[in-house]
Design a protein around this ligand. Structure first.
Ligand code: ZN
Length: 566
């Protein structure tokens, strides 16, 4: 294990002065921090041998060698000796659920995704121990629908929860967050019964061959109930804050200095919790907050609230100029909007999936958002949804809308739509985690082998000139950005990116472009924020397996150490 030397120079290096005898003395500024003896990663081959970097007021003010750094070192300069190790730009994760990833709320009740309904019962009994009053909501996490419904049992998921929790309302979030498992009391409080219509962007699920609700709610149907449960939690703001701080610590540990927020449910007080982290100087990453668009609420009502949260990127670590909106759901629940019907799906009478926000309304949204300074980070999974989203943005570009747009997930991206990313200046966000690498066999049951094989065509998008970004969608994928870089290289002959430099760009500078902050961060250059990581090895020279195993030893945001390995 390589130990890092952190030396505070307190010797005689006194500020150098430029003086003309009778003139006031002008002091040359020295750095707040310098890195010496490092391998500073810069793309330009002419700069590849730089070993030192100076930081002043959070920004990089000098990159050079052992002799050029000397004048930057003063009595109070913090000197980091990198001992020959590599210094890379801080990573940018363009879609990550910082707020939810390490949430305290729901953490008391964690199920095992591999288990059937019957097998989950002992875990649910443990969850019951955390309930103090008969009206208290229980929030849990971590089932997987196929596994849950696979065991042969005469009981529905709702029956099982009702048996264990006759009085308390219960909601358990599925792994991907696109379905929720609830009991009768939760349904009652949400005003949902067997006669209810499917809500916009959501679906109710029934027991086989009957019109009795089975306790599984898809997409927005589940979100709406979760909102009730969340807002009813005791000490909700403090517990949310604790969860946020834990999420931020996880980012720092993984070398992530900038994050695109997965979604901000502003009707759950999340904006206030983020603001508290800013005020208390607890932000260890720069974050583009993305307020959630509620599909069931009118546009005008939301615009007023969104306007209050809007801010443009500046030196503040928090800004918000993109919303998060879903055009559709997910393939594995049959809620992603597809052009040609599913081969098989959990949804009856919904052969091609659903829209959260219908095409006509999407156009209205983008216009209304442009008027108040917002672009959008758009969830689009099915080929029809991706097509609709790109065309809506294309219309806006024609009308001179200059906001930032990115599409994320891009599982079922049709060939005809690939060139539209470049044409309409839409950033293409991919999760190159476990699913990217798995030949997509998981999707065969839903869309058939030939459509499944073509999922996630990242290289096609790259070849068309699209700006490709990597994201984790944590906790869906591991937070470590080195895994996406490694996977992309493993797949370089297929749908991965052509070489290391492109993969690194997708995890750094391309993300900065997608967030509109490439002038602030994303590479190690004089004038940018001192956002960097110290790695245990030079990943540009390693194979994918070695890249994944490289340790992140230190993370620095704007010249401040936010993580240091033991
Ligand atoms: Zn997400």
């Amino acid at each position: 294990m390589i130990r890092l030397l952190l030396i505070f120079i307190l010797t005689s290096a006194i500020a150098i002065t430029v003086s003309a005898s009778s003139q006031p003395v002008a002091t040359i500024e020295t750095a707040d921090m310098v890195v010496v003896n490092g391998k500073i990663y810069q793309k330009n081959p002419a700069l590849a041998h730089n070993t030192t970097m100076a930081v002043l007021n959070g920004n990089i003010v000098h990159i050079g060698n052992a002799s050029t750094i000397k004048t930057w070192i003063g009595t109070s300069t913090q000197v980091l000796n990198a001992e020959g190790l590599s210094v890379y730009p801080g990573f940018i994760d363009t879609h990550v659920h910082v707020f939810e990833g390490a949430s305290e709320i729901g953490a008391d009740c964690e199920l095992d995704p591999a288990l059937t309904l019957r097998q989950q019962i002992p875990l649910l009994q443990e969850c019951a121990e955390y309930l103090n009053t008969p009206s208290q909501w229980l929030i849990g996490y971590g089932y997987q629908l196929d596994a849950l419904l696979s065991g042969n049992t005469p009981f529905s998921p709702r029956n099982v929860l009702d048996e264990l929790f006759p009085a308390n309302p219960v909601i358990i979030m599925e792994e991907s967050s696109h379905s929720m498992w609830v009991n009768s009391r939760a349904l009652q409080l949400a005003g949902i019964n067997a006669a209810s219509e499917h809500p916009v962007g959501g679906r109710l699920m029934y027991e086989t061959g009957s019109n009795t609700l089975n306790g599984i709610l898809f997409d927005n149907a589940g979100d709406m109930v979760m909102e009730l449960a969340w807002n009813a939690q005791q000490r909700v703001m403090q517990r949310s804050y604790n969860g946020l701080l834990a999420g931020l610590a996880a980012l720092a540990e993984n070398g992530i200095t900038t994050a695109g927020d997965g979604r901000l449910y502003w009707r759950r007080g999340w904006y206030q919790v983020w603001q508290r982290a800013l005020v208390e100087e607890e932000l260890s990453a720069r974050v583009a907050l993305r307020p959630w668009i509620y599909p069931e609420l009118p546009i005008a009502k939301q615009i007023a609230k969104l306007q209050q949260m809007q801010s443009t990127p500046s030196n503040s670590l928090l800004f918000s100029n993109q919303v998060k909106l879903y055009v559709d759901g997910v393939l594995h629940f049959g809620t992603a909007k597809v052009d040609r019907a599913y081969d098989w799906s959990w949804q009856n009478n919904l052969p091609k999936g659903l829209y959260y926000i219908a095409p006509a309304e999407l156009g209205q949204w983008l216009k209304a958002l442009n008027n108040i300074g917002y672009g959008a980070h758009i969830h689009a999974v099915g080929d029809k949804a991706i097509s609709v989203a790109l065309d809506a943005i294309g219309q806006e570009r024609k009308a001179n809308n200059k906001q930032l747009f990115s599409l994320t997930h891009l599982e079922m991206l049709a060939k005809k739509d690939v060139p539209k990313f470049n044409a309409f200046n839409v950033h293409a966000d991919f999760q190159a985690g476990a699913v990217f690498f798995a030949e997509h066999s998981w999707a065969k049951d839903y869309i058939g082998r030939s459509r499944a094989k073509k999922l996630l065509p990242m290289r096609d998008a790259y070849n068309s000139g699209a700006n490709i970004t990597f994201s984790s969608d944590w906790t869906v994928n591991d937070l470590n950005p080195l895994i996406a870089i490694a996977n992309s290289l493993r797949e370089r002959k297929k749908q991965g990116l052509p070489d290391f430099e492109q993969a690194l760009d997708a995890a750094t500078i391309n993300g900065a472009k997608a967030l509109g902050i490439e002038h602030l961060t994303g590479s190690l250059d004089v004038g940018k924020s001192a956002d960097f990581v110290l790695l245990s090895d030079d990943i540009s020279r390693l194979n994918p397996r070695q890249i994944e195993q490289t340790d992140i030893l230190m993370t620095v945001l704007a010249g401040k150490i936010v993580f240091e390995a033991e």
